[in-house]
Ligand binder design. Structure first.
Ligand code: B12
Length: 217
């Protein structure tokens, strides 16, 4: 199977019309042809969901169609997880979470999978987790990194509150932030925090993971 615009369209069209079997087949075939999980996520699945989001925004599709597409995507991610989950661990760990009141968890799941693929222990909290609860868990687990996903730009103040809490309560812990909330701005507020790094996608994430490994080995 050739990876081109045509294939992106095929995946998108089938996701849009809820044909999950075809979406599964396309994903599996691409991986069998040596496409990496990272590339599948970045170049096929993410663009399809962004397109679906725009169609929903312009009232071209209803919420049921969007929910169906997201559910299929989450099923694909879950089905791949068994093969992604690393059995040989390198001794690093990460807690992954969305902001309080945020329900977009597909992106941070992809982030989790890239950490897993690279041998990290991952603690995935998913959507809508209050900062104080993340702090308690982090004090228990003592992760090497905390990863936070920010999707809705109007939640920038929530992100800031969380970062203030994390820096105060989890001193010195490196915090990665990402998510499409930053496509609308907000990166400038991050300069206030010493341990916070913004990464826009899975490519920069993988570079971070590889460098982090070198620093800690
Ligand atoms: C599915 C979806 C939902 C689902 C989410 C379900 C779920 N299980 O996740 C539901 C129905 C809950 C939902 C609700 C809403 N949604 Co919505 N939703 C989407 C949609 C269609 C897809 C989201 C997605 O999975 N994208 C694909 C992932 C892979 O992309 P990503 O999140 O950007 O992640 C990538 C990077 O950003 C990065 N990344 C993400 N997090 C992190 C973290 C770190 C540490 C790192 C390193 C990287 C990283 O890695 C990923 C791979 O590159 C988007 C459209 C879009 N553009 O994405 C709209 C979208 C995000 N939603 C939007 C809106 C407005 C809403 C609602 C406010 C609608 C409403 N009126 O109720 C609510 C808000 C709910 C809430 N409080 O969170 C808007 C946001 C606009 C804005 N200005 O911020 C969008 C963009 C749609 C649009 N075009 O208008 N939504």
């Amino acid at each position: 199977m050739i990876h081109n615009e045509e294939l992106n369209n095929q995946f998108f069209e089938n996701l849009l019309s809820g044909r999950k079997d075809v979406c599964f087949r396309i994903s599996e075939e691409l991986l069998a042809e040596d496409m990496s999980i990272k590339e599948l996520y970045e170049t096929i699945i993410k663009p399809a969901l962004y397109k679906i989001g725009r169609m929903w925004e312009y009232n071209q599709i209803g919420v049921a169609t969007e929910h169906l597409a997201t559910a299929i995507t989450e099923n694909i991610l879950s089905s791949l997880y068994t093969s992604i989950r690393s059995t040989s661990k390198i001794g690093n760990s990460v807690i992954l979470t969305c902001l309080e009141n945020e329900f977009h968890q597909v992106g941070i799941k992809m982030v989790r999978d890239i950490f897993e693929k690279n041998g990290w222990d991952t603690f995935f909290l998913g959507a809508n987790t209050p900062a104080s609860n993340v702090v308690s868990l982090a004090k228990n687990i003592q992760p090497d990194v905390l990863a936070v996903s920010f999707s809705i730009f109007s939640n920038l103040a929530v992100l800031e509150n969380m970062l203030v809490t994390f820096e105060k309560e989890l001193e010195g812990l490196p915090i990665l932030v990402g998510g499409q909330g930053f496509l609308h701005g907000g990166q400038e507020v991050l300069t206030k925090y010493t341990n916070v790094v913004y990464l826009p996608d899975l490519n920069t994430l993988e570079e971070f993971i590889i460098t982090f490994k070198k620093m800690t080995v």
